[in-house]
Design a protein around this ligand. Structure first.
Ligand SMILES: N[C@@H](Cc1c[nH]cn1)C(=O)NCC(=O)O
Length: 479
């Protein structure tokens, strides 16, 4: 061993944090695109005549390929077999391809009434684009976690992960706040196009990262391989752990009550709280914004004082309160909506800040990569099914509303009203009471049920922790 310890690129704090910013900004852009349509629910329904079921089919598309085609598991295998550079650029390209398909869905003039396998053509193409995009987005997410481990292991890893998550949340905020404004000033396809162009910038950032990765790889050529490759046999070890299932199901239930909230909240704001569709994303946008500071703060509290399982239970209980407030039909004041979203922001900071660092306490290091891939897989089942269920229930509990909206749209089209003016005219009919508002109360009971179940699984996890001694209630930083 020579006296001089060989310095590598990742030993430089500047290089490390530069890498983190590169990949985190790409994730910020991916999260922006993930929610680009979310605040446009009412605008899209009154422009294209989509039903709640159509909306659920498109917003739930995130899981079609990831779950049914096992693409999420496949992405994990590709990452291990082909490496970070291949997967980063590959997932960037897949995201852009999916985004282009989604843009085409809104920019193309589909013939009125045209269908593909019985589904409205625009709904079908849009769902296909989103399903493809989400394969890339989840692949990018797994790759970025691996990149952070590669550059930050043994250094400021938790802070780096927290920073990456905070920037991703900023992306959701930008979409919820910015997308309706772009759609209002230009058009719905323009909002999707802006997101697509941003994804191209994200790909360039990934490419710049790869150049840094090449340099680092040359410097650490002779170092032992640190990464744990994904192995199918690992799944056997993981699925035998009760603690794993409790945390995976808690993840499914909790995230199913949050990410689909993004997709259905703008409709709730318009129909229950009387917010204008052009600013329907503003109140929900408080949610990701609040989490930017709170997630690292709660992470710090968990690191120092422990109580991981209790933090998750507290977050789940808060979520029950939030969705019950949204459910109660008599509560329609704007301040109530703001208050509930702020509470939701606190819950959405509590649970992830304790959930993700708890996984390594349940699953041994060797199977950790596979465990995260499997948890995201389980999570995607919920993110796929819940929006579809919400959309179907919304339609079933509001008979006649879609039909009235659709016939008004057809009349306006027949009168030669341009597509970008139809939505405002439909909205005027709704405000005049000629088209009824949607009643979201029964639909919201689904969220209430999910959060009650999440709380139950939080308690089951805590009991299992007591039995098995995972140490979920102990601090992460050893004194
Ligand atoms: N599955 C990932 C990425 C994601 C974001 N929206 C839908 N999927 C995930 O949930 N990451 C953790 C987080 O808290 O964002």
């Amino acid at each position: 061993m020579t006296d001089a310890i060989k310095k590598t690129l990742r030993d430089s704090a500047g290089a490390r944090w530069f890498v983190l910013i590169l990949v985190s900004v790409t994730m910020l852009i991916a999260y922006t695109f993930m929610e680009v349509l979310s605040p446009l629910q009412t605008l899209i329904q009154s422009t294209y005549g989509w039903s709640g079921t159509d909306w659920g089919l498109v917003t739930g598309a995130q899981g079609y390929l990831n779950v049914f085609a096992f693409m999420l598991i496949f992405s994990g295998i590709v990452l291990d077999k082909m490496g970070i550079k291949f997967t980063a650029i590959g997932s960037g390209l897949v995201m852009i391809f999916g985004a282009i398909v989604k843009y085409y869905a809104f920019a193309h003039n589909f013939e009125i009434g045209s269908t593909i396998i019985g589904i409205d053509s625009r709904v079908f193409v849009s769902a296909t684009g989103f399903a493809i995009f989400c394969v890339g987005a989840e692949g990018a997410g797994i790759t970025v976690s691996r990149i952070i481990v590669k550059w930050f292991k043994g250094r400021e890893m938790a802070l780096a992960m927290g920073t990456e998550m905070a920037l991703a949340r900023l992306g959701s905020f930008l979409a919820l706040f910015g997308s309706p404004r772009i759609a209002d000033a230009f058009s719905i396809p323009t909002a999707v196009l802006v997101g697509t162009i941003a994804l191209c910038i994200g790909l360039i950032l990934f490419i710049v990262y790869c150049l840094m990765d090449v340099r680092l790889d040359k410097q650490i050529e002779d170092e032992a391989e640190e990464e744990e490759p994904f192995k199918i046999s690992d799944l056997g070890v993981i699925i035998k752990s009760k603690g794993f299932w409790y945390i995976a199901i808690l993840c499914l239930l909790f995230y199913s009550a949050v990410f689909p909230f993004y997709k259905f909240s703008s409709g709730l704001m318009v129909n229950k709280f009387g917010i204008d569709p052009s600013t329907a994303g503003d109140i929900p946008s408080i949610l990701p914004f609040g989490t930017i500071l709170l997630t690292p703060l709660f992470g710090f509290i968990y690191d120092k004082y422990g109580k991981g399982a209790s933090i998750m239970i507290l977050g789940a209980v808060l979520l029950v309160i939030v969705h019950t407030i949204f459910y109660i039909p008599a509560l329609t004041a704007t301040w109530v909506a703001i208050f509930a979203v702020v509470l939701l922001g606190i819950a959405f900071s509590l649970v992830p800040s304790a959930m993700w660092p708890s996984v390594p306490k349940i699953i041994p290091d060797k199977q950790l990569g596979s465990a995260y891939a499997l948890i995201f897989y389980v999570q995607n089942i919920g993110l796929m099914l819940v929006p579809i269920l919400l959309g179907v229930v919304l339609d079933k509990t509001n008979p006649g509303v879609n039909e009235k909206t659709e016939s008004a749209i057809l009349n306006f089209r027949a009168e030669g009203i341009p597509a970008n003016e139809i939505s405002a005219k439909v909205q005027a009919l709704r405000e005049a009471g000629d088209i009824p508002m949607f009643d979201y109360s029964s639909t919201w009971l689904i969220f209430v049920g999910l959060t009650i179940l999440a709380t139950v699984f939080g308690f089951l996890l805590k009991a299992e922790d007591r039995k098995k001694g995972y140490g979920l209630e102990l601090p992460n930083i050893e004194k």
